[in-house]
Design a protein around this ligand. Structure first.
Ligand code: MLT
Length: 260
C-alpha cells in the first residue's frame, strides 16, 4: 500500500517516485524518516496500486492531484516535497503551480529541461515497445543507465528488486507516463521564481541526469545547495540510501532551525 505514516503533528515529507517504479522505491527513506516526520509516499497515477491515469494526463495534472490528495488527507501545513527523476518533474510543476504548499523542495536525479527531439523519439519508441513487449522490455532497456556502475557490479540484489518493481507495473501506466514526460514543458523559466529552500541531490555515477546537469539546476534556483551521492547512479536513494538519507536529514534540520 502507498505510505502515509508518522504522527500528525510532525513535519510532512512527501516522496514522489521515479519511472517506471512505485512508492516502494522509497522504502529506505520511509523506514528512516517515519520516526521524525509524517511521510507520504503515494503511487503516481497508473503505478503501484494507483488508479489508471485519467485524460488529460500531464505533469501539471499529476501535480494538481498530489496537492488535492494532501488536502483530502487533512494536510493544510506546508510540506517538504522530494521528487526523484519523473517525481522531480512533478515536484517542479508543484513548485510552479502551488508554491504556497511548500516548506522545502528536494530535487533528486532530475532535470528542468524538456525532452529534445531525440528524447521525444525515444519516448515514442518506448511507447511502441511497451505495447508490444510489456514492462519487462522497458526495464531491460533502461537498467544499464538506471543504476550506477558500482551498483551494477556490487549490488545484484538491488538490481533484481528494481527490475521486479518495474516489471509489475502496468503497460497502460507506463505508456501514459511516457506521453506525459515526452510532452512536459520546459521547467527552466520558472526556476528563478522558486523561493523555498531547495536541495538538489545527484548520484555521482548518474548517467541520465549527470552531476553537471544537477549542478546547473542548483545554480538556477536561488540559494539551492547540491549534494553528490557517492557510489550511486540515477536511483541514488536506493543505491546509497545512507548518504541520501543523511543529505535529506541535514536539509530537514536546517529547515527546522530556520522555522523555529
Ligand atoms: C526516471 O527515473 O523517472 C526517468 O529516468 C525519467 C525519464 O525517463 O525522464
Amino acid at each position: 500500500m502507498p505510505t502515509d505514516s508518522g504522527q500528525a503533528m510532525k513535519p510532512v515529507l512527501v516522496l514522489l517516485h521515479g519511472f517506471p517504479l512505485d512508492h516502494e522505491m522509497w522504502r529506505p527513506q520511509i523506514v528512516k524518516f517515519v520516526p521524525q516526520c509524517r511521510v507520504i509516499a503515494p503511487d503516481l497515477p497508473g503505478f503501484g496500486c494507483a488508479e489508471p491515469p485519467t485524460i488529460p494526463f500531464s505533469m501539471d495534472s499529476i501535480a494538481d492531484s498530489i496537492v488535492q490528495m494532501l488536502e483530502s488527507s487533512g494536510i493544510s501545513k506546508k510540506v517538504v516535497l522530494c521528487g526523484l527523476s519523473m517525481g522531480g518533474y512533478i515536484a517542479l510543476a508543484i513548485a510552479r503551480r502551488h508554491p504556497g504548499r511548500l516548506q522545502g523542495l528536494i530535487l533528486a536525479d532530475t532535470r528542468a529541461e524538456p525532452d529534445d527531439e531525440t528524447g521525444k523519439e525515444n519516448r515514442n519508441r518506448m511507447i511502441e515497445l511497451v505495447s508490444k513487449s510489456g514492462p519487462e522490455a522497458i526495464i531491460d532497456m533502461m537498467l544499464p543507465k538506471l543504476l550506477g556502475a558500482t551498483t551494477q557490479q556490487g549490488q545484484p540484489g538491488l538490481r533484481a528488486s528494481v527490475r521486479a518493481m518495474a516489471a509489475r507495473q502496468s503497460a497502460e501506466g507506463i505508456s501514459a507516463a511516457l506521453v506525459a514526460m515526452r510532452d512536459r514543458p520546459d521547467a527552466r523559466p520558472a526556476l528563478a521564481e522558486i523561493r523555498v529552500p531547495t536541495l538538489v541531490i545527484v548520484g555521482e555515477e548518474d548517467a541520465n541526469t549527470p552531476v553537471s546537469m544537477a549542478s546547473a539546476l542548483a545554480k538556477s534556483i536561488q540559494g539551492a545547495s547540491l549534494e553528490v551521492i557517492p557510489r550511486a547512479g540515477h536511483l541514488s536513494n536506493l543505491e546509497n540510501s545512507a548518504a541520501f538519507n543523511s543529505a535529506v536529514e541535514r536539509f530537514n534540520y536546517e529547515l527546522m532551525a530556520k522555522s523555529s
